[in-house]
Design a protein around this ligand. Structure first.
Ligand SMILES: [Zn+2]
Ligand SMILES: [Zn+2]
Length: 375
């Protein structure tokens, strides 16, 4: 039973750390321990390290630490790319090492040895395509073309020059301070790809997410079927029934089966937990990016729209309270002349209801057009 609890704890801790790190800043986690873990992982841990280094080595130590941070976080570097390759390579190696002995099995055909390799290969090709393709770098030669494709909406984009590239910034583009150039239809700078995600590689990126989601689901289901095959081949249920003397009751036998599986195939169970967690996260990322593609918006634009709409709301509120003040002053002077019926004033519409804030995304060309051209 000790191994079982160790595995459960491992799964829960992994899930908590990964979810906190990636999603802890989301509004739904505000004020929860997930946000606190996120704060610790993204800021607190580094701050403790900085204080520790300062205590040991003084200002020379902290300067070296800041230089290292600058190189890792603010300059293009292949560290996360190497980590991705290590994760996919390491996971595939573990699967081959622990599970391929049982393929072909009762529920798994021998061809899965090759389809799994193909799946990993396609995943790596999509990773290379996203990482090393041009995201849509804007330069003097193509800037007019991008400006004609994406006109300024004068809401979140207006005509201005990039102070670094010294060229006009087309609407929907952004200057990436890590890569050092403007990128058309900029989505975000992806550390895992060591590249920007923009006009020309969003499709590869979304396909990368979708493919890796399927790959993780495939891995989880395939390992599950291998283990189910082992149960069948070794007649485990039959032996356990004979040993414990439980007559055909799967519910009372299930804990013993699980215990046997965890005891005999802990690497496979560990891999299944890992792949299931990663597939859940990937489904969330893919869903988010698909919804962006459908509405022809980028991650960068969702922040811009948030700022624009909250600014609009404040302007409208100021306008409404100004008008309300004017109206109440008018009412006050009129009331003395013609006292207004209470019913009339009750049914009079509030000024606040008349104000509507509209997100007018001119780049949204409808569901099918967005899916075809948007990525
Ligand atoms: Zn620029
Ligand atoms: Zn970039």
């Amino acid at each position: 039973m000790a191994v079982q609890w160790l595995l459960v704890c491992h799964g829960l801790v992994t899930l908590l750390v990964v979810v906190s790190f990636l999603c802890g800043q989301w509004p739904i986690f505000q004020g929860t321990f997930i946000q606190r873990i996120h704060h610790f992982l993204t800021f607190g841990a580094f701050d403790y390290l900085r204080r520790f280094v300062e205590y040991l080595f003084g200002s020379r130590g902290t300067n070296a630490l800041y230089l290292t941070q600058y190189y890792f976080c603010d300059r293009p570097n292949p560290i996360l790319q190497v980590i991705y390759l290590a994760i996919i390579g390491g996971t595939y190696y573990l699967v081959v090492n622990s599970t391929f002995n049982y393929i072909p099995g009762h529920y798994m055909g021998g061809y899965h040895r090759y389809t799994s390799l193909l799946g990993v290969g396609v995943g790596i090709i999509l990773f290379l395509l996203t990482s090393f393709s041009d995201p849509g770098i804007v330069n003097a030669d193509n800037v007019t073309q991008y400006i004609s494709v994406y006109p300024y909406d004068n809401l979140i984009y207006s005509e201005k020059e990039c102070s670094t590239c010294k060229i006009l910034k087309p609407a929907r583009s952004k200057h990436c301070s890590i890569c050092g150039h403007c990128v058309a239809r900029f989505d975000h700078h992806c550390g895992w790809m060591n590249n920007c995600i923009g006009e020309k590689n969003t499709l590869y990126f979304v396909m990368f997410l979708l493919w890796h989601f399927f790959l993780c689901v495939y891995g989880t289901v395939a390992i599950g079927l291998v283990l189910a095959g082992r149960l069948k081949e070794l007649e485990v249920v039959y032996i356990l029934t004979a040993y414990y003397g439980i007559d055909n009751s799967f519910r009372s036998l299930a804990p013993h089966v699980v215990q046997w599986l965890i005891g005999s195939y802990n690497t496979q169970i560990l891999l299944m937990v890992f792949l299931a967690i990663v597939s859940l996260l990937l489904s969330g990322f893919f869903g988010y990016h698909l919804s962006l593609c459908i509405s022809n918006t980028t991650t960068n634009e969702t922040f811009k729209w948030q700022d624009y709409l909250s600014w609009q709301r404040k302007v409208n509120e100021a306008k409404v309270s100004g008008e309300a003040l004017k109206a109440s002053l008018g009412d006050l002077s009129q009331e003395t002349k013609h006292p207004q019926s209470k019913w009339k004033s009750f049914f009079k519409r509030s000024h606040l209801e008349e104000v509507e804030i509209i997100k007018n995304n001119i780049y949204d060309r409808g569901f099918f057009q967005n899916l075809y051209f948007g990525s």
